[in-house]
Design a protein around this ligand. Structure first.
Ligand code: SAM
Length: 205
């Protein structure tokens, strides 16, 4: 079975280590750069939810952002800490905690790459409203939602959504990217898997 199917996060991090940042994050950052709006004092602020081994947090730091990186697996913070260039370290805050136990506000970006599906369904609505409420007008959400036809939708501890449900979640945003990736393929270990993923970049009104 796939690492993510069984939440074998250290196994997942080993496979992902050294991979480039996710496309949704890069698209969001490029949009901020194109807008060229002056960043607030101290630079732009992002939350990286479910940061894992840090592929996206490292890109945010490299581009001058301040980052709150959250992941409830202790191996994530340990790996990430070892990969951050010393001069960028002051712009990073790491928390080993579940998403729903965290509190932040007034950020320019909430990035959640392949992370929100792992939130328990009962906790998801409150988490999503906290995310929406924490993004300043003109700020962005970037990340993935898993669809109802994905093989893992049957796992009871996962949040999988229909396309209509995802679009409803984005009501307070102008949607800039909405890519649907649905296909039969293999999981990280080569077993057959039906993927149904929504890739989203959206700007808060
Ligand atoms: C599939 S990995 C994605 C990692 C990285 N963002 C990426 O794009 O490769 C999901 C990550 O979410 C974290 N995670 C899962 N459930 C979580 C929760 N309830 N609170 C905080 N982190 C969680 C896991 O520890 C894991 O690092």
């Amino acid at each position: 079975v796939d690492f993510a199917a069984v939440r074998d996060w250290p196994g997942y991090y080993r496979v992902m280590l050294g991979k480039p940042p996710r496309e949704t994050l890069v698209e969001a950052l490029d949009r901020f750069d194109r807008e060229g709006s002056a960043a607030a004092d101290g630079g732009r602020r992002a939350v990286d939810l479910g940061c894992g081994e840090g592929r996206d947090t490292l890109e945010l730091l490299r581009r001058g952002w301040r980052v709150l990186a959250i992941d409830d697996h202790p191996e994530a913070a340990r790996l990430l800490a070892g990969r951050v260039p010393v001069d960028q370290r002051p712009r990073l805050e790491m928390r080993t905690a579940p998403f729903h136990a965290m509190d932040w506000s007034g950020v320019d970006l909430v990035n959640a790459s392949f992370a929100l599906p792992f939130c328990a369904p009962g906790l998801f609505p409150a988490l999503w409203s906290a995310i929406v409420g924490s993004i300043r007008p003109g700020g962005r959400f970037a990340g993935q939602f898993f669809g109802d036809r994905d093989s893992w939708a049957e796992l009871p501890d996962r949040t999988h959504l229909t396309e209509a449900e995802v679009r409803t979640l984005l009501a307070a945003f102008d949607v800039e990217t909405f890519r649907i990736d649905e296909r039969d393929d293999a999981d990280a270990r080569g077993a057959p898997k039906h993927w149904h993923v929504f890739h989203v970049v959206a700007r808060k009104r």
